[in-house]
Design a protein around this ligand. Structure first.
Ligand code: HEM
Length: 383
């Protein structure tokens, strides 16, 4: 009940703005992938860097920020400290991503400019989140996961900016790229997806009273694992495998105790994403580039698109129809999404992600998958 009170006050323009800007960056990153698969054969290729940041900082972080503006009040049971700050965060982040990508691809001087704007946006968001955390009447482990995500979402661009400046001013250290990668892929995406995804999965499957202790243990093990890998310790990798096993165990428990028996489109995408995460972890010691691709395109791509099929119709329905429900005929929540398009997108994205590290033409398959995904979200907006 509390949750619905807090969610209703977030205007649709805020999460929807982040989501649609993020979708624009997704489309661009897919185009880079399809047109220039050769970027993968050269480390730190300018277009590879542009594509990676369009996908991760543009699409991934964009959807994450949009979702968090909605989800933080639900998890913390308190409204956001300053809801209106979401708009300048959106403007700074979107401009930052666009300039950063243009900088990597064409105009190097724009890299620190775009990077600074993105960092400013994320700092601003993290401060808003921090003030909201301080207002929370209760604490839980999903909140701990979100606090870690807040930390990494600032650390990652900070390390990226240091790296960009060091390239220009001559104190470059290749080691720092590993830290930047681990903070971004591991800290931001692994922790947010498995920490928040856990909450969403329980909500989507109507699983009540989930024991949160496994999530608490997962956070310790995953953080220590990331630190270990960053320091070049073999134990770090083993801890990441253990964190994955804990996440699988938790998912299995949630599914076993669920009230809603059929698995919906969001849950199926989540499970597909978890398979890619396993593949990526197995590949990591032998082929880090393949591992990063399976992680990014498969795990992040599938989970984020799948979550949107659940979150976005709910947002639109709540804002547009909830006030009219009971007074006039309104569409059912389950009729908001053209599911066929969502499943088609999921199959193309999964096939593209699986094959791309081995066959560069599969970049086109991935790119094609973005269109039915966009169509599905567009239809939700129209219904
Ligand atoms: C959450 C946000 C971010 C994520 C997930 C992320 C992720 C990545 C990834 C995956 C790479 C390697 C790409 C490749 O080798 O093709 C990379 C490299 C790089 N990133 Fe980011 N990045 C983020 C934000 C930023 C920001 C804001 C900047 C600011 C300028 C930045 C600057 C860089 C630089 C300069 C490199 C190349 C480093 C080097 O060559 O050593 N990143 N990033």
């Amino acid at each position: 009940m509390l949750a619905s009170v807090h969610t209703r006050v977030v205007p649709l323009a805020l999460p929807a703005g982040f989501i649609f800007l993020g979708e624009g960056f997704f489309l661009f990153s897919g185009l880079v992938l399809a047109l220039h698969p050769e970027v993968l054969s050269l480390p730190r290729h300018p277009l590879g860097l542009a594509g990676a940041h369009l996908f991760l900082l543009g699409f991934g972080v964009g959807v994450l920020l949009g979702a968090l503006h909605q989800l933080l009040p639900v998890v913390l049971e308190v409204p956001l400290y300053r809801l209106g700050w979401g708009y300048p965060v959106m403007a700074l982040w979107a401009l930052g991503v666009a300039l950063l990508a243009l900088g990597f691809a064409q105009v190097p001087v724009l890299v620190p400019v775009g990077g600074s704007l993105a960092l400013l946006a994320l700092l601003f968001f993290a401060y808003n989140a921090y003030r909201t955390f301080r207002l929370a009447p209760r604490w839980n482990r999903v909140a701990t996961a979100l606090a870690w995500v807040g930390f990494y979402v600032v650390l990652t661009p900070l390390l990226g900016l240091v790296q960009a400046l060091s390239l220009r001013y001559g104190f470059y250290d290749p080691e720092r790229l590993t830290w930047h990668l681990l903070a971004g892929l591991g800290g931001v995406f692994l922790l947010s997806i498995l920490g928040v995804g856990y909450k969403l999965l329980s909500m989507f499957t109507l699983t009540h009273e989930v024991d949160e202790r496994v999530l608490g243990l997962f956070l310790w093990v995953a953080n220590l694992g990331l630190l270990g890998v960053a320091l070049g310790e073999r134990l770090g990798y083993l801890l990441l495998l253990l964190a994955y096993a804990l996440a699988l165990y938790d998912t299995w428990r949630i599914l076993k105790n669920r009230m809603k028996k059929s698995l919906d489109i969001g849950v199926r995408h989540y499970l597909g994403g978890l398979c890619f995460l396993g593949l990526s972890l197995v590949a990591l010691p032998f082929s880090p580039v393949q591992a990063a691709l399976w992680f990014t395109l498969g795990f992040v791509g599938l989970v984020v698109t799948g979550m949107l099929y659940k979150i976005f119709p709910f947002l639109v329905w709540t804002h547009r129809y909830a006030p009219k429900a009971g007074k006039e005929r309104v569409p059912l929540l389950k009729d908001m999404l053209p599911e066929g398009a969502g499943y088609l997108a999921g199959m193309l994205l999964a096939a593209g992600a699986l094959l791309f590290p081995l066959f560069p033409w599969a970049g086109w398959v991935y790119f094609l998958g973005i269109f039915p995904h966009l169509y599905a979200l567009w239809e939700v907006m129209r219904r």
